[in-house]
Design a protein around this ligand. Sequence first.
Ligand code: TRP
Length: 439
Amino acid sequence: MREQWTRSGFLLAGIGSAAGLGNIWRFSYVAGENGGAAFLIIYLLAVIFIGLPLVIAELAIGSKGRDDAVATLRHEAPTGHWYIAGGLSVVGAFFILGFYSVIAGWALKYFIGAADGSLWAPQQLNAYSAYFEGFIAKPFEPLGWQLLMITLTTAVVAGGIRNGIEAVNRLLMPLLCLIVIGLAAYSLSLDGAEKGLDFLFSPDWSAFTRPSVYIAAIGQAFFSLGIGMAIFLTYGSYLDPKQSITKSASIIVLGDTLLAITAGLAIFPAVFAFGIDPAQGPELAFITLPGLFSQMPGGRLLGTLFFGLLAGAALTSMFSILEVPSAYLARRLSCSRRKATLLAAGLSFIAGIPPALGFGVFEQMTIGGQNLLDSYDDAISHVLLPTGGILIALFTGWGWGKSRALEAAGLSNSQLGSFWFFSLKYIGPVVVLTIFIAA
Ligand code: TRP
């Protein structure tokens, strides 16, 4: 018998998957680079009209198929070659996890350093770029932290759905929510916090005319929800058939969005209170924020909590990424979950070596002027995930057929169901394709 989540366990694991580095590290720097509020509005629209329908679709397909991504797409649509989309997800997962674990490893290093005090040695607001750049240029240290994060992930995923993934999410998610709320409350209490709120909530209307803002917002919606890579399809294959798909999807999407906004409320008021430009790029969390913490009363504790949050949130997301290839390999090779997980983790680690060393050993290797880590990020958020998302939408709209899709989603005979189906069949693919081709 296939394992099954408990109801609350599934919701926690789903939010745990969605809420991660994307909500804290990536959301804050992409919002920072793309003008704040205008970006936030487009991002929210993308989450509601493209993201939510796709989460519902993935869960519906997964809970109907009750198998890994490739097998499910093969038997749900025996004609056509939709299973290739499943294969894309399995292969994509190696690269996503490889890339993701690099930054997760940085977060873990900063967390341990903040706790044992070594992170606070530089003491000055401006000393952290040298600290960070020195660290990521080292030949082995970043790889070691990355390997540690992957090992932790593997240990949990090998433990299974209920005793591994669900149990750890049950422990970590409430803690992470408390931390992010506490940090936001503190940040909002700083003098000058209003400027951060302005940035996040009063749009600069001219930003709406910049196509790059749309691409950034849609890419962020895909990344932050973690859609297009069969994650919800795979997690959905362990769903209790009696659990409502639309309700679960809505709760997960809402949870992910609230966590991103709360993380924004933790970061931007503090950044503005210290008069810092928010458009720092990916280094915002690793250079700007430690500098701020080192200047704040109680900053060491706050910094430890922040990087603990970052590493913990990353970990619960890594479970879901690893589950996709693990489920596939276990079936394909008819081997135990343990063996499949170990193999998938090993391949992911290898896929993550280039971006991990992109600032040191492989510094000379750039793609279009970008370092390897940023190139991975670009390829994932702006090519791989949207492509996977379009394929899932097309499968649902064209490959699966309306009555089966509506039945699987629990939306038969409802207007909402017709709208959901229409948006997957036409709106999502057309909008995403147009925007990405226009770019
Ligand atoms: N959504 C997670 C985050 O925001 C990352 C993640 C989990 C992900 N599963 C994914 C990203 C699948 C891409 C694809 O950090």
